[in-house]
Design a protein around this ligand. Structure first.
Ligand SMILES: *Cc1c(COP(=O)(O)O)cnc(C)c1O
Ligand SMILES: [Zn+2]
Length: 367
């Protein structure tokens, strides 16, 4: 039986439908052995992120995922421009709800279904809420999504379409999380949080597995947007598992992207701090990475440092020009995702350096 362990004090906890943080307030991780990767098992599964089911902490005979999957995963890895043959984009906006959050939501909601929960609550800047709402609908589980009243109307319409109840909150992203956590406490329901629930990262780790298959080996550098770090940490854990199994011979360097106007992790990284202090969000077009107080900041900083990575910050005008440049190449992305490409354009690469830039969210999601 899997258990949770507190990332801060080390206390162990049984996995129940209502637990989401430690009694000390720390975030929870899963206690598990590094999975033994059996590449030969992959073709036995449909062409989706469920190819890697046997590396995830589910019972071996578990079939729950079969009624929940919408074919998420196995997104294309494409050379962006033939003049730069070593730069790839991974097109994660080609997902059921049009963002990478489906990776985590599919796996997390499968776990929720196995735990027998009848209702979930989540808070989100938009895309995580959309993904949780869609997979909750697949699971026939009731769902409340807490969002800012400034969330892109298209994302709100998506959440609504899946039958979730929308709770629009005035205030900061932290206020919205606080409201959701208060409701969790009062209603004693499952917190389907992409930030707090470690099963979400079991989904986002498939990002690394897919890249391994698509490249037939390692890459040098992964540009990664970071707000709460759910893609960054998932990718990092996935590559670590591949590395521990001897499938890749080095870890990719993680280059994390934040908006200048909301960059708590950059400040901590540059100061050599082990965790980030909350900042004031000065407002950025990149709503999906505008997280002033990321709950997993120690783990994010550790991941970037361990891979000899770095942070790059993006100005507002760089976001819009990067979005236009991607559109010129045929890729229509949401505004937040343009920041990733802006980061790539500022990154000083070596000749032959093999780099991946994630295209995380679809253009029609934002204004
Ligand atoms: C969620 C999201 C991000 C940031 O992910 P974090 O988990 O907060 O680091 C980046 N881009 C898009 C499109 C997203 O939906
Ligand atoms: Zn603790």
């Amino acid at each position: 039986m899997e258990q949770y362990v507190c990332n801060y004090c080390g206390k162990k906890h049984a996995i129940t439908p209502v637990i989401w943080k430690c009694t000390c307030g720390g975030v929870l991780n899963l206690i598990k052995d590094t999975p033994k990767i059996n590449v030969a098992s992959w073709p036995r599964y449909p062409n989706s992120l469920w190819r890697y089911l046997e590396t995830m902490p589910f019972e071996k005979e578990s079939k729950t995922w079969k009624s929940i999957t919408m074919g998420e995963g196995q997104t294309p890895l494409i050379v962006l421009d033939t003049l730069e043959p070593n730069t790839y984009v991974k097109v994660d906006y080609m997902m059921p709800t049009l963002s990478f959050k489906d990776r985590g939501a599919a796996v997390l909601m499968t776990k929720a279904k196995e735990l027998g929960v009848s209702k979930v609550i989540a808070d989100s800047s938009g895309n995580a809420g959309t993904a949780i709402a869609a997979y909750a609908a697949r699971c026939n589980i009731a769902c409340d999504i807490y969002l800012s009243d400034e969330t892109s109307p298209k994302k709100i319409a998506q959440v609504k379409a899946h039958g979730a109840t929308i709770k629009q909150i005035q205030g900061s992203r932290a206020d919205i999380a606080e409201a959701a956590q208060q409701a969790i406490k009062e209603e004693e329901v499952f917190y389907a949080s992409h930030v707090y629930n470690p099963y979400f990262y079991e989904g986002t780790k498939t990002y690394a597995y897919e890249i391994y298959e698509e490249l037939n080996g390692a890459l040098d550098t992964l540009i990664i947007p970071v707000g709460n770090g759910t893609l960054l940490l998932g990718a990092f854990y996935g590559f670590k598992e591949l590395f521990a199994n001897g499938l890749i011979d080095k870890m990719p360097k993680i280059i994390a992207i934040q908006a200048v106007n909301c960059s708590p992790l950059v400040e901590a990284f540059n100061n050599g701090d082990l965790s980030a202090q909350p900042v004031m969000n000065k407002g950025t077009l990149a709503e999906g990475i505008a997280i002033a107080a990321p709950a997993r900041s120690p783990q994010i900083l550790e991941a970037v440092r361990e891979t000899n990575g770095d942070f790059i910050t993006i100005e507002e005008d760089e976001i819009l020009s990067a979005r236009a440049k991607l559109s010129d190449k045929g890729f229509y992305v949401e505004v937040t995702t343009a920041a990733n490409y802006a980061g790539y354009l500022k990154y000083k690469k070596e000749p032959e350096e093999k780099i991946i830039v994630p295209l995380c969210g679809a253009g029609i999601k934002s204004k």
